[in-house]
Design a protein around this ligand. Structure first.
Ligand code: FES
Ligand code: FES
Length: 174
C-alpha cells in the first residue's frame, strides 16, 4: 500500500511511501539514501541515528515517520546548510566548525558515533555558544562512543566553539 507521506529533509520536500509507524531512520537511509544517520541500538540509547528536527536532536530510530509532520529534518548531510542559515552566512561552508574540529582533533576512530556526536554538538553550540566543560559533558552524556574518544570529543567541541566565535567576530567587523 502506498501511504504518500511528505516530509521535509535538508530543505527538500520528499514524498515517501512508508507506513506511518516506520522509523524515520529507515526512511532516511532506505528511501532517501541518506547515510549520515546510522543504526546502532535501535532503542534510543546510543545516539548514532540522531538528526535535528526543528533544531532539536532527535533519535530517528524510535521516531515514527508520521510524527515528523511539517517540521524540518536535518541530517549530517544537511548540517553545513543548516549552520549557514543559523548564522546568516551567504552560502554553506564545506564543513561546520564542529565537523572541522572533529577532523583537527583527530577525534574519529571507527567513526560509528560520528553522526550522533556531530549532530548533538551542533545542537549544543546553537543554543549555548560558549559551553563550559560540564555543559559539554552533560549534553553529550547520551551519546556512546565504543572507541572511548570522549576526551577528544570534548576538546573538539571546545575548539569548534572558539572557531565559531572567531568567525562571528570577523563577520561583525566586515
Ligand atoms: S540507533 Fe538510535 S539511539 Fe541507537
Ligand atoms: S569513534 Fe568508534 S564509536 Fe566513536
Amino acid at each position: 500500500m502506498a501511504y504518500g507521506l511528505r516530509i521535509r529533509v535538508n530543505e527538500r520536500s520528499w514524498r515517501v511511501d512508508a507506513a506511518p509507524d516506520t522509523p524515520l531512520l529507515y526512511v532516511l537511509s532506505g528511501e532517501l539514501q541518506l547515510n549520515g544517520p546510522r543504526f546502532g541500538c535501535g532503542l534510543a540509547q546510543c545516539g548514532s541515528c540522531s538528526v535535528l528536527i526543528d533544531g532539536v536532536e532527535t533519535r530517528s530510530c524510535v521516531t515514527p515517520v508520521s510524527a515528523v509532520g511539517d517540521r524540518a529534518v536535518t541530517t549530517l548531510e544537511g548540517l553545513p546548510a543548516w549552520y549557514a542559515r543559523q548564522h546568516g552566512l551567504p552560502k554553506p561552508p564545506a564543513l561546520t566548525p564542529v565537523q572541522q574540529a572533529f577532523i583537527d582533533e583527530q577525534t574519529i576512530q571507527c567513526g560509528y558515533c560520528y553522526n550522533g556526536m556531530t549532530i548533538k554538538a551542533c545542537e549544543l553550540l546553537s543554543k549555548t555558544p560558549r559551553p563550559s566543560e560540564a555543559q559539554i559533558r552533560s549534553a553529550m552524556n547520551g551519546h556512546l562512543c565504543r572507541c572511548g574518544t570522549y576526551p577528544r570529543i570534548i576538546k573538539a567541541i571546545q575548539r569548534a566553539a572558539e572557531a565559531a566565535r572567531a568567525t562571528a567576530i570577523s563577520e561583525h567587523r566586515q
